[in-house]
Design a protein. Structure first.
Length: 130
């Protein structure tokens, strides 16, 4: 079978392209609606085609990539990046969202632990709410 005739499952391709660490995680993300194939929700067993557009959501980031090559083997990151190309619009959108998160200063994952005063405020707030 030549490379163009290969039939590779979507979950296996996402794993080989190093979007997810395991195929099981890739499967969960597809079933959870975090991955769209040509703008639509899909199944793990969907065969990936060259030129297809895949939207992948990972944490705060959402990438739109175009499939450039097929592979069912997980290799190093430089080789995995040759399997796809992120669209310019997607890159700009991700950079814009990152800048907005940085400017807003709202960190969902704070870098410091609350001090004694802040802990007391949290406890008193919870007591009032409950």
């Amino acid at each position: 079978m030549s490379e163009h005739e290969e039939k590779i499952r979507l979950d296996k391709w996402l794993w080989a392209a190093r979007f997810y660490k395991t195929r099981a995680i890739a499967k969960q993300m597809i079933e959870g609606g975090k991955v769209h194939y040509n703008g639509q929700r899909t199944k793990c067993s969907r065969h990936v085609e060259l030129g297809a557009e895949i939207q992948v959501r990972q944490g705060f980031e959402e990438k739109t990539v175009v499939v450039k090559a097929l592979s069912d083997q997980r290799r190093g990151a430089p080789e995995a990046q040759k399997l796809y190309q992120e669209t310019d619009k997607s890159q700009q959108r991700r950079e814009q969202h990152a800048l907005e998160r940085k400017v807003s200063g709202s960190n969902l994952n704070p870098r410091h632990r609350p001090n004694k005063k802040e802990r007391r405020q949290i406890v008193s707030f919870k007591d009032k709410a409950g």
